[in-house]
Design a protein around this ligand. Structure first.
Ligand code: CMP
Length: 228
């Protein structure tokens, strides 16, 4: 594990509260996992015995309906954690985790984690905060599915991706989300056609420029207004 990995891990909820000695002890239990683009790390309903922190790359969490349609719950990037639900509530995985890009992950086994958490109760507060933030976000998404039109949801999804993956440029914010148009539609919970239409409308208004697996956000304020 290189210095950058240590720094990325240090920003994850599990490590944030630890002093150097605690962090070193927890890092010693980490196994590194490499994924190629499109590779499935685990599937919904499988038994889970470890949680993950992303070191490099992006992971999508998806659920599949009985008729085969996919719902994309979230796209996660470096320092973000997933796979903790089956640690706290030992039941099958609630979603599948698939690599959107090539990636590297730190895997922490549940059997190593439990005794560690008992010895370092300060971690619990950070894990609870991460879970509370996720619940907040999920509630907001649920309300948007009921109350907000598709263009509003597209604007909101883009702002969420911009917050995670946006890089400032001279003309605005470059958001390399790495999602196909189909995946973007699965994230918004609408058809590809409707999502494309909303994106084309935003582009025509000069709020953004559409690129392959990316957008260049040119007017974030207008996008913010449209998301409300
Ligand atoms: P687990 O159920 O072990 O495996 C799938 C993981 O996806 C789950 O733990 C959470 O870490 C993550 N997850 C489940 N639902 C959501 C959600 N709504 N938003 C973000 N992440 C989620």
């Amino acid at each position: 594990m290189n210095d950058r990995d240590v720094e990325v891990l240090g920003r994850a909820p599990l490590f944030e509260a630890l002093d150097e000695e605690g962090a070193r002890a927890l890092r010693a239990t980490v196994a590194e996992v490499h994924l190629s683009r499109g590779q499935t790390l685990f599937s919904e309903d499988q038994e889970g015995d470890r949680l993950y922190v992303i070191l490099e790359g992006k992971i999508k969490l998806t659920r599949t309906a009985p008729d085969g349609r996919e719902n994309l719950l979230s796209v996660l990037g470096p320092s973000e954690m997933f796979g903790e639900l089956s640690l706290f509530d030992p039941r099958p995985r609630t979603a599948s985790a698939i690599a959107v890009t090539e990636g590297r992950l730190a895997a922490l086994g549940h059997t190593d984690l439990w005794p560690f958490l008992k010895g370092h109760p300060e971690i619990g507060v950070h894990l609870l905060r991460a879970l509370a933030q996720r619940l907040r976000r999920t509630n907001e998404i649920m309300a948007d599915l009921v109350f907000t039109d598709v263009p509003g949801r597209v604007a909101k999804a883009l702002l969420d991706l911009a917050e995670r993956f946006g890089q400032p440029t001279e003309t605005g914010l470059h958001v390399h989300h790495d999602l196909t148009q189909e995946e973007l539609a699965q994230l918004v919970g609408a058809s590809r056609e409707t999502v494309n239409k909303a994106l084309a409308d935003f582009a025509q208004r000069g709020w953004l420029r559409i690129e392959a697996r990316a957008v260049q956000v040119l007017d974030i304020e207008r996008l913010r207004k449209r998301s409300r």
